[in-house]
Design a protein around this ligand. Structure first.
Ligand code: ATP
Length: 248
């Protein structure tokens, strides 16, 4: 569905991506994890059309993806950036309705808004409230809902749980998993590697320069010694039949 090949992107003289390649297939929830500053956000920005790549290819539904952010949304890719881009001076309702501005059909927007309020009951109570007064978790729910109102085929999420309380983090991960269960395709960038690997179908581990260091089915990565030692801060898994020594 989405194919990224040898992607390169720079900020002035800093080449953040020096050849990133990944795939997202229809209906998958794909995690993109890695240490700080390796290029995860830059990858999403390039796919979302907010940062122009300096090389490589991004193909969407078999065609090259170009034309900037608005064209990307119209093509069916919604992006929730790390800073959420909520309009603080507008109400929750107005923010949600802004999600429909790239849609050609006005029909069905009210039903979509209603569906989002069912998805996040917290937003229902805050519907007329100024979005700038919402908590970080509520703003994240609003940002995801607004993105869903554009009726995307692919949702790009950049660190949706960053800085949020544990209970809100659990709610958001459950929501992201349920979106995939409803058939939406999701590419999720996250610092919370453990929870990401629990909900994802597949995952990519990014190393500096945007190089993909490890990739595979989430269940297999979770068992791989390189992944456990480098990204879960866990000792390698015991081999089948081997008893692990337990020290007091
Ligand atoms: N606007 C910018 N101007 C200059 N350099 C930038 C800019 N944004 C990111 N970079 C640099 O590009 C590299 C990749 O950054 P990016 O934000 O994509 O990493 P990341 O993996 O998402 O990290 P984090 O998890 O900390 O958000 C880093 O070296 C970063 O310092």
């Amino acid at each position: 569905m989405l194919s990224v090949r040898d992607l390169r992107a720079s900020y002035g003289s800093i080449e953040a991506l020096q050849g990133t390649s990944l795939e997202v297939r229809e209906g998958e929830l794909v995690g993109l994890v890695g240490h700080n500053g390796v290029g995860k956000s830059t990858t999403l920005k390039a796919i979302a059309g907010v940062l122009k790549p300096t090389g490589g290819r991004i193909e969407w539904l078999g065609e090259p993806l170009r034309g900037g952010a608005a064209a990307t949304i119209r093509a069916g890719i919604a992006y929730v950036p790390e800073d959420r881009r909520i309009f603080g001076g507008l109400s929750v309702e107005e923010n949600l309705r802004l999600g429909a501005t790239t849609r050609s059909d006005a029909d069905g927007v009210a039903a979509d808004v209603e569906r989002e309020l069912e998805r996040f009951p917290a937003l229902k109570k805050l519907y007329k409230r100024r979005a700038g007064n919402l908590s970080g978790g509520e703003q994240q729910m609003l940002a995801i809902s607004r993105a869903l109102i554009s009726r995307p085929k692919l949702l790009l999420l950049d660190e949706p749980t960053l800085g949020l309380a544990p209970i809100v983090i659990d709610t958001l991960f459950a929501t992201i998993a349920s979106l995939r269960d409803e058939g939406l395709t999701v590419l999720l960038v996250e610092q919370n590697v453990r929870k990401t690997i629990q909900v994802a179908d597949r995952a990519y581990v990014m190393a500096p320069g945007g190089r993909i260091e490890l990739e595979g089915a989430a269940r297999e990565l979770e068992r791989s010694d390189a992944f456990r030692a480098g990204y879960l801060s866990l000792a390698p898994a015991a081999a089948p039949g081997q008893t692990k020594a337990v020290t007091a």
